[in-house]
Design a protein. Structure first.
Length: 260
């Protein structure tokens, strides 16, 4: 099931994305009653997807991101794979959705794209055993862990380099019926392929990461874990259109604009 968060006529809600058989397969939203983090019913009100604005699929209290979880990406930046997962936070204010502009931060002249599989948490959890990790997941979406690489090198810690406004595009929706073990993940810039990998290349699996994160902190519904990026990261410039595509989910697209 694909669940999108959307806005139409000033109203924000969630809906199930599906093909409309009566309209030649055009995608529609079947608006749900309530939210997808508890039992819900479909309202039966169906709206063409083209008539709504897609919003970030969730509003997380925190985004927990994992660094150097693909060996080739660690190597391309001259880093070793760490003995334990290295994590960092992206604030809720970094989150934008599919189609939203991404403002190039004034603090940087070297912003890079990082295509990632994002895990959306569906229930409050902590100290999750590995065999129960899938139980706390609502689904998966595409993410772009935008990084001010020059700031990252200069400051040594990553709060500003990874947490600037618009640095965490998520979308276009949440896919709930998906096995994340071996999915193709790709990033293009202006239609040119920059990154191509598979989630099977991750050093630590989704289950591993949930266990590791919840050993130290409570995750809430709508929280997000970013699982790392494959090799091929590189710079973005004002005017670029960057797209992250993940097999079984879809494509997240954003345009880089000059900050006002």
């Amino acid at each position: 099931m694909r669940i999108a968060r959307f806005s139409i006529d000033g109203t924000v809600g969630f809906g199930v994305v599906e093909a409309d058989r009566d309209q030649g397969g055009e995608p529609v939203l079947d608006i749900i009653k309530g939210h997808p983090f508890a039992a819900f019913e479909r309202s039966g009100r169906r709206v063409p997807l083209s008539k709504v604005r897609l919003l970030p699929p969730v509003l997380p209290s925190k985004v927990v991101a994992v660094a150097r979880n693909y060996r080739e990406h660690a190597a391309e930046l001259g880093n070793a794979v760490p003995d334990v997962p290295v994590t960092f936070f992206k604030p809720s204010t970094s989150v934008v959705g599919h189609g939203d502009p991404v403002a190039y931060p004034r603090i940087s002249s070297d912003v890079h794209h990082e295509a990632e599989l994002a895990v959306v948490i569906g229930r409050l959890c902590r100290d999750v055993p590995r065999e129960r990790a899938r139980d706390v997941i609502l689904g998966y979406t595409c993410a772009n862990d935008l990084t001010a690489r020059d700031v990252q090198r200069r400051e040594g810690q990553w709060a500003r380099a990874k947490g600037f406004d618009h640095s965490c595009p998520l979308g276009p929706w949440i896919e709930t019926d998906l096995d994340p073990a071996d999915l193709a993940i790709m990033c293009t810039v202006n239609g040119e392929q920059r990154q191509l990998g598979r989630t099977s290349e991750m050093v630590r699996t989704v289950e591993d990461l949930i266990v590791h994160v919840t050993e130290s902190m409570t995750l809430l519904p709508q929280d997000v874990i970013l699982t790392g990026t494959p090799a091929g990261v590189g710079p973005l410039h004002v005017g670029d259109e960057v797209a992250v595509t993940i097999e079984g989910i879809g494509t997240l697209t954003n345009k880089v604009v000059k900050r006002d």
